[in-house]
Design a protein around this ligand. Structure first.
Ligand SMILES: Nc1nc2c(ncn2[C@@H]2O[C@H](COP(=O)(O)OP(=O)(O)OP(=O)(O)O)[C@@H](O)[C@H]2O)c(=O)[nH]1
Ligand SMILES: [Mg+2]
Length: 209
């Protein structure tokens, strides 16, 4: 997080992370559309060259500026690629991030992929992930039929009690904004001594669909 008290600007970095094809780019695109619709938000977005089948090659990146009172919050939002061929890029994308949204797969057949990706993420943070950084989980694709029950998922992914799980449908934007705001609120809460503007946490705008 970068805080410029003179300019009254706070920069926050957030990364969508998770197994291949779980819906990271779809969630990110939904947020981009949402922010672009909102008149108070300036935004720029880049999705890096996607392969022919629309897989993310390296990352997607978007930046949004929102006015909250007299402060400007600049949100820099990235997605990491889930493709193992490009796994070296994942750690780079995570550098200096303030928060992580872990987008998990709901399809039963892909259950081990969640555990693998979650373990990789834990390893990047030497097992200290949720202590060092706010994490929010999206259990995505809840619209599909053969899906992992929430209870079974919670059993697979051993997370800290303070980490929240949202059941999402990224293609329809269901719960994506809630997961996003949960992560941003945790980031602001953790840094409240630095920011000294508690009200900020409670005044994040909820954008209209
Ligand atoms: N049914 C359903 N399909 C979804 C949902 N979210 C994403 N998808 C589909 O899943 C596929 C992969 O979505 P992406 O957003 O590209 O996944 P990703 O995690 O960015 O994939 P990589 O960048 O390759 O790791 C696409 O065909 C999406 O349309 C969802 O909530 N429900
Ligand atoms: Mg992607």
């Amino acid at each position: 997080m970068l805080i410029d008290s003179g300019q009254k600007t706070i920069q926050i970095k957030l990364v969508f992370y998770g197994p291949a094809m779980s819906g990271k780019t779809t969630s990110w695109k939904y947020l981009i559309r949402l922010f672009k619709k909102n008149v108070n938000v300036e935004s720029v977005s880049i999705d890096t060259a996607h392969s022919a089948n629309a897989r993310t090659l390296f990352f997607d990146f978007g930046t949004f500026k929102m006015k909250v009172g007299e402060w400007t919050i600049q949100l820099n939002v990235w997605t990491a690629t889930g493709q193992d061929f490009y796994c070296v890029t994942r750690e780079t994308v995570l550098q200096g991030t303030d928060g992580i949204i872990f987008v998990a797969e709901s399809q039963k057949s892909l259950r081990p992929e969640n555990e693998k990706s979650w373990k990789e993420l834990q390893d990047f943070f030497r097992g200290d992930l949720e202590k060092s950084i706010p994490v929010t989980i999206c259990l995505n694709k809840r619209d599909l039929s053969d899906i992992i029950p929430l209870g079974a998922f919670l059993n697979d992914i051993q997370m800290q009690p303070h980490t929240r799980v949202f059941e999402t449908i990224a293609i329809d934007g269901i719960n994506i904004q809630n997961a996003f705001l949960n992560n941003i609120s945790q980031i602001l809460e953790r840094n409240k001594n630095l920011i000294k503007i508690k009200d900020l946490i409670f005044s994040l705008p909820v954008l209209k669909n």
